[in-house]
Ligand binder design. Structure first.
Ligand code: FVT
Ligand code: MG
Length: 340
């Protein structure tokens, strides 16, 4: 369609390529696909049960039989990786977190069951002690409650080995102890797990956006209002995040992560620009809760808001996103792909 001709016209009409769907698609710089997604799942003991997590509407804790049903859907929709987060019974928690490396613990059994049923689905395990300690901190504490770095690392090594032994594809240390990536990598190599991948929670911030996650795994009561500021990063800092990434890469991480996600996209961008390595971001429970609250109130449109939030991680430089929306988004993409 022609329009009226004016004497003055812009030298560049940026809107020209936005005019049609075909050209918008043609020039799109980033695209979100199921391949970009990692699905975090909360697992618990029991049989044939699902428990809603009130502060994360739409998220449930699953017994292992239900976990396998979810895993089947992830495979169908093309999600490459599932991440496991256990709910540990109070009586199994301890000061030394021994349950973390029980060869037949909840996580270890879940990994075995998943790898037996769906060998093609990547399984990521969280390496940290917070589900296993009576105080909800990620490590072993001294009399003052300070998390002791090297003592904690020794236990993290045992935990990571116990995950590798049952077939975990990716171990993901989320504890923020110094030197733990090197210690875990050395132990994996020395025990023959040369191809176990490490995704390091490298720039993990002491964030208030983890609240709903702590409700989900039941560690918030244990934590009793405590915080993790002596080991997780200060939200004020960005260069320090780069230094953490540099160390984890030197120590043997294959992939690095920034966490939380949306308020920290500057870090995602800087990490990707600076190191050019596989870079991930975690859209954490508080981000999920915010979006869900607005969606449930009718204040945000569900699908467009979720898709945009996740696409923007890609624009910032993330190769992939850990998100509680992974299954839903992959299902939407799958259905779009099968429409015609
Ligand atoms: N280590 C895993 C987490 O702490 C997840 C946090 C969240 O989703 O809030
Ligand atoms: Mg570090």
């Amino acid at each position: 369609m022609t329009q009226q001709i004016f004497a003055h016209f812009p030298a560049s009409r940026m809107r020209r390529l936005r005019r049609h769907d075909f050209s918008r698609r043609l020039v799109a710089e980033n695209k979100l696909t199921a391949d970009d997604l990692i699905y975090p799942v909360f697992i618990m003991e029991g049989e044939n049960e699902r428990e809603a997590v009130p502060s994360m509407p739409g998220v449930e804790r699953l017994t292992l039989d239900q976990l396998l049903i979810e895993a089947g859907l992830l495979v169908k929709y093309g999600v490459p990786v599932i991440a496991l987060f256990p709910v540990i019974a109070q009586e199994k928690k301890s000061l030394l977190a021994e349950e973390a490396y029980h060869p037949n613990g909840l996580v270890q059994r879940a990994v075995k069951a998943l790898k037996a049923a769906y060998p093609e689905l990547g399984v990521l395990t969280d390496v940290a002690l917070d589900p296993y300690t009576t105080h909800g901190q990620d490590g072993i504490i001294d009399a003052e409650g300070y998390v002791i770095n090297d003592t904690t690392t020794d236990i993290l090594v045992k935990q990571a080995l116990s995950h590798a032994a049952v077939g975990a594809d990716i171990v993901a240390p989320s504890d923020m102890m110094d030197g733990r990536i090197g210690a875990i990598r050395t132990a994996l190599e020395q025990n023959g797990f040369v191809n176990t991948q490490i995704m390091a929670y490298s720039a993990k911030y002491a964030s208030s956006f983890y609240g709903p996650f702590r409700d989900a795994v039941g560690s918030s009561n244990n934590l009793k209002g405590g915080n993790k500021k002596t080991y997780q990063l200060d939200p004020a800092n960005s260069n320090e995040g780069l230094q953490e990434v540099a160390l984890d890469l030197q120590e043997g991480a294959d992939m690095v992560m920034v966490k939380p996600g949306m308020p920290y996209l500057d870090l995602v961008y800087r990490v990707k620009q600076h190191f050019g390595v596989p870079t991930f971001a975690y859209q954490v429970s508080g981000e999920y809760a915010m979006l869900q609250a607005a969606i449930q109130n009718g204040w945000l449109a569900e699908k467009p808001a979720i898709m945009e939030a996740l696409l923007c991680f890609k624009r910032a430089g993330a190769d992939g996103i850990l998100t509680y929306y992974a299954k839903q988004v992959a299902q939407w993409l799958y259905e779009e792909g099968h429409k015609n």
